[in-house]
Design a protein around this ligand. Structure first.
Ligand SMILES: Nc1ncnc2c1ncn2[C@@H]1O[C@H](COP(=O)(O)OP(=O)(O)OP(=O)(O)O)[C@@H](O)[C@H]1O
Ligand SMILES: [Mg+2]
Length: 232
């Protein structure tokens, strides 16, 4: 059994066959390369392989390309009506070669909205704090990601969040998301008000035609890239 996976931006002239048990996925795209993996149909292996493929594509973007695309993506977020009307925004501080989200946090504070940022805690849970000053309230946490300080900050319940800005590795155009493999956001998003928009930020090269999806995987409601806004 093998998986024929194709990345990224597969679109025109496509034929696809998906059978989940046994897992067989065949795709024929018009113009792109194919990636063939011998995953044996194991969901977690498929997720690992896809993460690795997309992370290599993302790390191949030059710093200037990444910075320019990040600016466009953040502009798309700041222009969204649902972002503008919202009062309490949870975002995340980017690390490595992710879309640079520093400006999101700055904009939320400048617009006098409530800014909430997560901290990775034990049992793969996110702990939330209200942040009022990016220099004073943050420190390097797990994996060097800037996170809220452990003490002295107002702790927040997920139910107060009006809009969540979601990180991720790969996305399809049906609202499915592949994260970094910790299950942090899958656990956390179950606690957020279902009416709160879940908006992911990613480069266009992080969009794939198909993702392995488990029953615990949480979906997003919109994906913003440098090319525009995809709603689900
Ligand atoms: N609600 C949940 N309760 C318990 N375990 C969960 C839950 N959601 C996910 N998990 C576990 O988390 C692990 C990682 O899941 P998955 O590979 O989908 O992570 P991910 O979506 O890539 O990561 P993240 O959510 O951190 O971005 C899996 O072993 C899964 O069993
Ligand atoms: Mg998941």
């Amino acid at each position: 059994m093998f998986l024929v996976q194709h990345l990224p931006g597969w679109s025109k002239g496509a034929v696809a066959l998906h059978l989940t048990k046994p897992r067989l996925c065949l795709r024929f795209g018009a113009s792109q390369d194919f990636i063939i993996s011998l995953s044996g149909g194991n969901m977690s292996t498929e997720k690992k392989e896809l993460r690795s493929r997309v992370l290599s594509l993302r790390s191949a973007l030059s710093p200037s390309d990444r910075a320019e695309k990040s600016k466009g993506i953040i502009k798309n977020l700041l222009d969204l009506p649902e972002f503008n009307k919202t009062k309490t925004v949870m975002s995340f501080m980017s690390f490595g070669d992710e879309v640079d989200t520093t400006e999101v946090a700055e904009a939320v504070l400048a617009m006098e909205k409530v800014l909430i940022l997560p901290r990775c805690a034990s049992e793969r849970r996110l702990h939330l704090s209200r942040i009022t000053d990016l220099d004073r309230d943050l420190e390097a946490g797990m994996w060097g990601i800037r996170e809220p300080k452990k003490s002295g900050l107002e702790q927040v319940d997920p139910s107060v969040i009006d809009l969540v800005v979601v990180p991720g590795v790969a996305f399809d155009l049906q609202g499915n998301r592949l994260g970094y493999g910790g299950g942090y956001y899958d656990r956390f998003l179950k606690l957020v008000n279902p009416s709160a928009p879940r908006i992911a930020l990613a480069f266009e090269i992080q969009i794939v035609s198909w993702l392995p999806v488990d029953n615990y995987d949480e979906k997003i409601t919109a994906l913003l890239t440098e090319k525009g806004v995809y709603r689900f």
